[in-house]
Each structure stands twice: as C-alpha cells, then as structure tokens.
Write a protein that binds this ligand. Structure first.
Ligand code: SF4
Length: 236
C-alpha cells in the first residue's frame, strides 16, 4: 500500500518519546508492520520497547551469511528472552554463487561498486522481499550515527521501498540514552559492544574503533564516510 504525508500525524512525533511513536505505529499498522533488526544497540532497545506493548509484532533480520558469531548468539538470547520468532531472510543462493564465482568471496574490498553489489545481493534484495508484504517498518536509525543520517525523520514515507511508512522512533536519541535504557531494563546486547564495536554489521566489514571515534567509522573503514550506507536506507 502506498501512503502520502497527509495520512501521517502532523508533527511526526518529533517532540514525543520513542515509546509514544512506536505505540502509534503498532496501533496504526497492526499486522502490517515489521521491525527490522540487525541486533545493534538501537534494535534491541526497540525490540524491548515493542515487546512491552505487543507480542504479535513481526521481527525480522537479514542473515547475510557473513555475520559475527556473537550476533548469532545474541539472536538466540533475544528469542529466548522474549519468546519470539525472528523471521530470518537469506539472500538468493544462485545470486550469491554467481557473485562470488565472478568477483571472489571478499569482493567488497576491491571497490565501492563491488561493495554495493555485495550489500545489494546479501541485504537489499532480501529486505525488499519482505517489505513488499508490509505497510510500514520500524528501524533503529539515529541522526547522530553518521553524516548520512542527520536528516532522519521519526515518521516518513519510504519512497525507495514501495511508498510504505518508515518509523525511526530513536531518531533523536544519543548513544548514551541507548546504554542507559539497556542497563535499566537488562536488555540483552551484543558482546562485541564491550570490545570496541559501537556499530556492528558483517564480520569482514566491521572493525573496532577508539571510544572517541565516530561510532560508524568501523563500518567499511576503507571507504569515505559519505559512501557508508549499504543501500538499506537510501535518502528519499
Ligand atoms: Fe557484503 Fe560487507 Fe555488505 Fe555484508 S556489509 S553484505 S559482507 S559488503
């Protein structure tokens, strides 16, 4: 279903709490909303908030086949803690085989184009598959994550993905607020965070950073910061 801005709340929850924004979204879209999780700090906070409101929400993740073992371990901890299924999307096997055969298993280090090819096959296409069946999705984007994210709105139309509604309840939160929420609510989180990984993606494309560094500087560290998006969240 395609939405227009007229159908969204005036003010877009910019002055409201993440919980208020999330509650509105869950009520408004019912079974037609999904929460995207790569099990970063933002994602586990959103799962915890959502599970205090409903047990019917679809939580989905993109298993690229290149994740850290610690991320797989966290998936199981989340499943057990909340008693939920996590809808797991894999890339198309034939596309991965073709890509790796032609460009090698570590093609992403060769060029931005090849890195985007890999993200496209392993992440973007599986994402579009599930989004085609939804009216809205919840994501953990925050404005101060990276220069590419300063314009994130809490509620927007996702023109890159079928015109569905994109909800970013944590857009205005800081990393400190995430840590505080996780500590206060004993939310399971990725063990890699305490090893210098503020932002965690695929294992070969993520490395630890100094505590004073840009939190996303460990992602695709060999690229310029203005190219550091995997295609899941293009500006629209
Ligand atoms: Fe491929 Fe790296 Fe993108 Fe993962 S983050 S899909 S390994 S390029």
């Amino acid at each position: 279903m395609v939405f227009s801005m007229d159908e969204l709340p005036a003010g877009g929850f910019e002055d409201d709490s993440p919980q208020d924004c999330l509650k509105w979204a869950l009520d408004r879209f019912g079974q037609r909303i999904g929460l995207a999780s790569s099990f970063g700090l933002e994602d586990v906070v959103l799962i915890d908030m959502a599970m205090s409101m409903t047990n019917k929400l679809t939580v989905f993740t993109l298993d690229t086949g290149r994740l850290h073992q610690e991320t797989y371990d966290l998936m199981d901890r989340i499943r057990n803690r909340y008693g939920i299924k996590i809808e797991t999307l894999f890339p198309d096997a034939a596309e991965v085989e073709n890509m790796v055969t032609n460009h090698g298993i570590n093609l992403f280090y060769d060029s931005v184009e090849k890195r985007r090819l890999c993200c496209g096959v392993r992440k973007v296409k599986p994402l579009r598959r599930i989004l085609s069946s939804l009216d809205a999705w919840v994501v953990g984007l925050r404005r101060n994550q990276n220069v590419t994210r300063t314009g994130v709105r809490k509620v927007s139309i996702d023109h890159a993905n079928y015109g569905i509604v994109k909800i970013s309840p944590l857009a205005s939160w800081s990393e400190e607020q995430l840590h505080q929420y996780i500590a206060d609510n004993k939310v399971p989180s990725n063990k890699l965070h305490s090893q210098g990984f503020p932002s965690i993606g695929c294992e070969p494309c993520t490395r630890p950073v100094e505590s004073s560094a840009d939190p996303r500087s460990g992602r695709w560290w060999w690229e310029n910061s203005d190219t550091k998006e995997c295609g899941l969240h293009p500006k629209s």
